[in-house]
Design a protein around this ligand. Structure first.
Ligand SMILES: Cc1cc2nc3c(=O)[nH]c(=O)nc-3n(C[C@H](O)[C@H](O)[C@H](O)COP(=O)(O)OP(=O)(O)OC[C@H]3O[C@@H](n4cnc5c(N)ncnc54)[C@H](O)[C@@H]3O)c2cc1C
Length: 218
């Protein structure tokens, strides 16, 4: 089988997740992960790591993405205890106005339909069983999911990097990509602080675009 050599610049949560899925689902991928510092030490290290089904950070049209991430990290923690730093705290989402209440009710429906526990409470006393000191004047209700919690994004990045390495990925820490060499719109290699790596195919720039050396060079 001809392997496709794939370079990933940046070993944060995005780069390590790309490495994990390439090494686990694409046996024809030869994966190189370049990280200039240590794994999970960039923005990933600052993440609050919310691991929630009930959460207002994404519109519901992205439910399938939320659910995929939730299931993936939950199953990873079950498979390798301690690998995600998961702490199950539950989430309480307070609804202060009707549109928000609609969002919260839909979140509960989506969580329950996906096989998780979630409820919507109108009764202030019920809400106060979770946070006793809450002032609930004007509050319409609250969505609660006991399955939610927090993960440690740096820990997950290190787990994904390790699992990728076990599947053959070359994970190079302390290795800064300084230039991506492109000939005829194809990546032929990268220059790093440790020398030049010659390639015969293509690379993936980091998903968030901040480090898109390959894009810029192309
Ligand atoms: C305070 C805060 C709280 C947050 N809370 C949450 C949250 O609760 N839930 C959530 O989903 N998101 C949260 N986020 C957002 C989340 O942390 C980021 O979206 C995510 O970590 C981005 O990951 P990344 O892998 O794209 O970037 P990074 O983690 O920054 O990874 C990029 C990596 O690339 C490396 N690098 C850069 N240039 C080079 C180069 N030339 N060569 C080699 N390596 C290079 C860096 O050293 C770095 O390790 C939060 C962010 C912040 C700041």
């Amino acid at each position: 089988m001809t392997k496709k050599r794939i370079g990933i610049v940046g070993g944060g949560i995005i780069g390590t997740a790309i490495a994990y899925f390439l090494t686990h689902e694409h046996p024809d991928a030869e994966v190189y992960l370049f990280e200039k510092n240590t794994i999970g030490s960039g923005t990933t290290a600052k993440s609050a790591g919310t691991h929630c089904l009930i959460d207002d950070s994404l519109p519901h049209e992205f439910w399938s993405i939320r659910l995929f991430g939730f299931k993936f990290y939950t199953e990873l923690e079950k498979r390798i205890p301690g690998s995600t730093g998961f702490e199950q705290t539950g989430t309480l989402l307070i609804a202060p106005y009707p549109e928000y209440e609609k969002y919260a009710l839909q979140a509960v429906d989506l969580a329950v339909a996906s096989g998780y526990q979630a409820e919507y409470w109108k009764d202030p006393e019920k809400i106060r069983t979770i946070i006793p000191d809450l002032t609930l004047d004007g509050v319409l209700g609250a969505a609660y999911s006991p399955d939610d919690g927090f993960v440690d994004a740096t820990m997950i990045s290190n787990t994904l990097a390790r699992l990728s390495r076990e599947k053959g990925a070359k994970v190079m820490i302390g290795t800064e990509v300084q230039n991506v060499n492109v000939v005829d719109n194809k990546v032929t290699g990268v220059d790093t602080n440790k020398g030049t790596s010659i390639w015969t195919c293509w690379s993936i720039p980091p998903a968030h675009g901040r480090l898109s050396l390959a894009k810029r060079s192309a």
